[in-house]
Write a protein that binds this ligand. Structure first.
Ligand SMILES: [Mn+2]
Length: 351
């Protein structure tokens, strides 16, 4: 009991002081709603899908008689993501309208894609998100910049004294490691380490998840990586590297959209590079641009200029149109960030 109390105080001081009212309201919203829709962003990643399934499980395990459906617009769930979901679990609307819609891992309501309407039509709304660029669009906003949305879900579950299954812990960890490239980038907070410490105490098998997400590249993904490496172009004295993947590249590698995830790390891991970008051409005049940076450089600000967002060292935006139209502005935005840069390559200068 005493340990539990300390834990709650610990988590409380980290996140909830600002959000105490939000959390109380969230509890009330859950209690008062019979039908709940959990909605994440289009083209969901591991954190998005794990958040949906983890929160669904937590509600099911801790409340009786709640109808919960989960949604995220997607054309195709890639092989790596498939095991997170039960078959036919995603995007099945079992009731006409929902008492409560909860946005997960979604910095703005546009990112709900076709499920934006469903969110807006719910009687009540809430959201849980970790993006620094969050638009605070729900009635109840639990926004806390940390490793992943799953981390926040775990903290909330802890504070609400929920029963937390091992399965939920594994989903939480999956979101945490994939959104931080195994804690190499993204955000780490004191709570991140506390959650890991909890998992350690619980003896949750974590290493096999690391293997699954980071030592499990398909041959087509490796072929796609080869194409991306070939396309590398350096700008601003090697401070910026850009890679590009076309539809033809995906076809040649027999890869699917989503397989490019992680490839950008090869760019940012390059000596001297402080900003890396990968441009994925989805259709003619339809691009997805993902950015990474070394510490001290804010690529969320760059993405924001082009209608996107994300985290300080990890961001993205979509662009519909001819890339030529934004090329100069984009290169200039990167240059401005590079000039501000404190990122260092020299080991001796770090001490
Ligand atoms: Mn996320």
């Amino acid at each position: 009991m005493y340990i539990m109390l300390i834990l709650i105080v610990f988590f409380e001081e980290e996140i909830i002081i600002k959000n105490r009212r939000s959390l109380k309201l969230f509890k009330k919203q859950l209690e008062e709603s019979e039908t709940i829709a959990l909605i994440s962003h289009e083209n969901p990643d591991v954190d998005a899908l794990s958040s949906l399934v983890a929160l669904k499980n937590l509600i099911k395990d801790n409340y009786k008689n709640k109808k919960i459906d989960i949604f995220a617009q997607t054309k195709d769930i890639n092989e790596l993501l498939k095991p997170i979901l039960k078959e036919d679990e995603l995007n099945v609307q079992n009731v006409n309208s929902y008492d409560l819609a909860i946005g997960l891992d979604c910095p703005n309501s546009t990112r709900f894609g076709e499920y934006k309407k469903l969110f807006n039509n719910a009687k009540d709304t809430a959201q849980i998100d970790h993006h620094i660029t969050n638009n605070i669009f729900a009635k109840n906003n639990i926004v806390y910049v940390t490793s992943s949305t799953t981390e926040i879900i775990y903290i909330i579950a802890k504070l609400m004294k929920f029963e937390i299954s091992n399965k939920v812990c594994k989903l939480v960890y999956s979101g945490m490691i994939t959104d931080t490239s195994n804690f190499m980038q993204g955000t780490k907070k004191k709570t991140t380490l506390k959650v890991l410490s909890d998992f350690y105490d619980r003896n949750v098998e974590l290493d096999e998840l690391t293997d699954y997400f980071f030592k499990n590249n398909s041959i087509s993904k490796n072929k796609l990586l080869e194409k991306a490496l070939h396309s590398m172009r350096f700008y601003h004295d090697g401070g910026l590297v850009l890679m590009k993947l076309t539809r033809q590249d995906f076809a040649d590698a027999k890869a699917k959209f989503g397989d490019e995830e992680g490839i950008i790390n090869q760019g940012i891991c390059t000596k001297g590079v402080k900003i890396a970008g990968i441009i994925v051409k989805k259709e003619n005049n339809d691009y997805y641009i993902s950015l990474r940076s070394k510490s001290g450089i804010n690529v969320a600000d760059i993405a924001k200029k082009f209608g996107g967002g994300g985290h300080e060292n990890m961001s993205a935006f979509t662009y519909k149109g001819n890339l030529i139209n934004i090329k100069d502005d984009f290169l200039l935005a990167c240059k401005k960030e590079l000039i501000k840069s404190r990122a260092r390559d020299d080991f001796n200068l770090m001490f």
